[in-house]
Design a protein. Structure first.
Length: 462
RNA sequence: GGCCCCUUCGUCUAGCGGUUAGGAUCCAUGGUUUUCAUCCAUGUUACAGGAGUUCGAGUCUCCUAGGGGUCACCA
C-alpha cells in the first residue's frame, strides 16, 4: 500500500509551497487508495507552537484535505529516538563528540577561509582517550568516508553525491534531544512510508537520511523532490510577492478548489488539460509527470480559475460563502436572480460581494464625471417618461422591465444608450455593471423609482 | 566559494530524434452585449548561447551563461 506524508514544522502558517507538496502527496495516496499521514516536526522545542499546528490544520480543513489516522508529534517520541541513539552508540555506528562550539566555529572559519565546504573533521570519530572536562558531548553518526551516496529520485532521476559532502552530522544535541535528519529517517521508516514527496530544498538532506536508514537497517522509500515555486521574476518567493499564507487566499475571496487546481498545475500537468476537479486530480495524478524545473508564481491563472469555479458553483453554496464577505442573501427570494446577474462579473468572492452590494444598496454618491457623461440635456425628459411608463407597467418578470425601456426608446425614437446610460448611473452610481433589466427586477419597481428620482433631484441640484 | 539541480511564448505548460513547435493564461483586435463582464473568433510572442553526435536535435553529449537549492547542536 502506498503511504505518503506531510511533515511540517509548526513555526508559522501553512505556506503555499507547502500546500502544493502536501497536495501532491495527498493525491498520490488517494490515487492508490493508500494513506496520507501527518507528522508534526517539533523537535526544536523552542521554536514551535500550538497556534502554528492549529493554523496548518485549519488550512487543511479549508481546502478539504484530510489525513489518515492520528497526527504524529515528534516531540512525544523522544524516548523512541533515544532507543535508536543508544543502539547506534552500542554498535559503534555513532559516537560522542566533545568538540566545543568555539572549536567548531573556529574549524568552520578556517575552512571557509580556504574556500572549502564547511564540514566536521571527524576528530572524535575514533576517540578513545579521556574526554575533556566541562563539555557535554553531542552524538554524531558515522557517515561513509569514501565513495558516493546514490539514490534514485522519482522526479530528478539518479542523484549522486560524494560521501565527502556528508560529514558525521549530529544526531543528538548536547542536551540529548535528537536532530531533524535523524528523526525524519526513523519516523519515515517506522510510519511505513513508501513514497516521500517533498520540496527539493530537502534534496541535500536525503543522503544524510540515507546514512541513518542504513545504520539502522531500514528500507528506503521512494523519494520525489519537487522543485520550488519562485516569484514571477524567478526569485525566491517571499511575503513581499503577495500572499504566501494559504488562509490569506480565503480572505482574498478565492475558492479552495481554484487554489488547488492552480497549485496542481504548478509543476505538474496532464497533457493540455487545465481544469481538474478534485476527483480528476486523484484519478490522474502521478509524480512521474511532475516537472523537474521550478515554476514561477503568477496570479493571472489563479484568478481565471477562480472566476471559472465561481461561475460554476451552485447558488446555495455561493450564498453561504458570501456571508463571510458581508453579503447575506441566503434567504433572499431573488437569490438566483442576483447571482445570475453578478457571478460572471466577479473573479473573487470579494468582487462578487461588491457587485451584489452595488445592486442591493442604493448609490450613496455619483461619480461626477460619469454623471455628467450620462446626463445630457434631454435626459430628464427621457427619464420622466420612463418613470411614467414604469409606474403603470405590469411587472412580473425580468423581460417586463425590458419592455418598459423599449417603450421609451420607441416613443422617443432614441438609441438604447440615451436611456441606458443615465438609468444605469441612477441605479448603480456607476457606468458599468450588471444588466439593467436584472438590476430592476432584483430591487423592484419602488426602489427603481426612488433611485431615479434621487438622481433627477441630484441633477437639478448641480 | 564547494557540491547538487534546473533552463520551450511575459507566465503555467505539451513535446519524449523527423511537428507549419501544440494548449492555457495574459495582452491586442473583432463579434455578441444599452454598458461592463461573460462567451466566441483572430492575432502577437518561445526551444538561454555555443560546439559536437546524427541523414536529421527543443529532444542525446560536452562547454559557457543564467537561475535555484544546500553547506547548523534549525527544520
Amino acid at each position: 500500500m502506498i503511504k505518503t506524508r506531510f511533515a511540517p514544522s509548526p513555526t508559522g502558517y501553512l505556506h503555499i509551497g507547502g500546500l502544493r507538496t502536501a497536495l501532491f502527496s495527498w493525491l498520490w495516496a488517494k490515487r492508490n487508495s493508500g494513506n496520507f499521514l501527518l507528522r508534526i516536526e517539533d523537535t526544536d522545542l523552542a521554536r514551535n507552537s500550538q497556534e502554528a499546528v492549529d493554523a496548518i490544520l485549519k488550512a487543511f480543513n479549508w481546502v478539504g484535505m484530510s489525513y489518515d489516522g492520528e497526527a504524529i508529534f515528534q516531540s512525544k517520541r523522544f524516548d523512541l529516538y533515544q532507543k535508536y541513539i543508544d543502539q547506534l552508540l552500542k554498535e559503534g555506528k555513532a559516537y560522542k563528540c566533545y568538540m566545543s562550539k568555539d572549536e567548531l566555529s573556529e574549524l568552520r572559519e578556517s575552512q571557509m577561509a580556504r574556500g572549502e565546504r564547511t564540514r566536521y573533521d571527524g576528530r572524535y570519530r575514533d576517540f578513545t582517550g579521556t574526554p575533556p572536562e566541562g563539555v557535554e558531548p553531542v552524538i554524531r553518526i558515522k557517515a561513509p568516508q569514501e565513495g558516493d551516496i546514490v539514490f534514485n529520485d522519482g522526479i530528478k532521476g539518479e542523484i549522486t553525491i560524494a560521501s565527502t559532502e556528508v560529514d558525521d552530522f549530529v544526531i543528538a544535541r548536547a542536551d540529548g534531544t535528537p536532530t531533524y535528519n535523524f528523526v525524519v529517517a526513523i519516523d519515515d521508516a517506522l510510519m511505513g512510508l513508501t513514497d516521500v514527496i517533498r520540496g527539493d530544498d530537502h534534496l541535500y538532506n536525503t543522503p544524510k537520511q540515507i546514512v541513518v536508514y542504513e545504520a539502522l537497517g531500514f528500507k528506503l522509500p521512494n523519494f520525489y523532490h519537487v522543485a520550488m515555486i519562485n516569484n514571477e521574476h524567478g526569485k525566491k518567493l517571499s511575503k513581499r510577492d503577495g500572499a504566501t499564507d494559504v488562509m490569506e487566499y480565503k480572505t482574498l475571496g478565492y475558492l479552495p478548489e481554484a487554489l488547488l487546481n492552480f497549485l496542481v498545475r504548478l509543476g505538474w500537468s496532464h497533457g493540455d488539460q487545465e481544469i481538474f476537479s478534485i476527483e480528476e486530480m486523484i484519478e490522474l495524478f502521478d509524480p512521474k509527470d511532475i516537472n523537474k524545473s521550478s515554476s514561477n508564481y503568477n496570479l493571472d491563472k489563479l484568478l481565471w480559475l477562480n472566476a471559472h469555479y465561481i461561475k460554476n458553483k451552485p447558488h446555495i453554496e455561493l450564498a453561504e460563502l458570501l456571508v463571510d464577505f458581508g453579503v447575506d442573501i441566503r434567504t433572499h427570494d431573488k437569490k438566483d436572480l442576483i447571482l445570475n446577474a453578478t457571478k460572471e462579473r466577479g473573479k473573487t468572492l470579494v468582487e462578487l460581494a461588491e457587485q451584489i452590494n452595488m445592486i442591493l444598496n442604493a448609490p450613496v454618491e455619483y461619480n461626477a464625471k460619469n454623471f455628467k457623461k450620462a446626463f445630457k440635456a434631454d435626459t430628464e425628459e427621457i427619464l420622466s417618461l420612463f418613470v411614467e411608463l414604469l409606474k403603470r407597467a405590469e411587472l412580473n418578470e425580468v423581460a417586463d422591465y425590458h419592455k418598459v425601456i423599449e417603450s421609451v426608446v420607441e416613443q422617443r425614437e432614441i438609441g438604447f444608450g440615451k436611456i441606458g446610460q443615465p438609468l444605469r448611473v441612477s441605479l448603480l452610481g456607476s457606468m458599468t455593471g450588471s444588466g439593467l433589466d436584472e438590476i430592476m427586477a432584483i430591487v423592484g419597481r419602488d426602489e427603481v423609482l426612488l433611485r431615479v428620482q434621487r438622481a433627477l433631484d441630484y441633477k437639478r441640484g448641480i
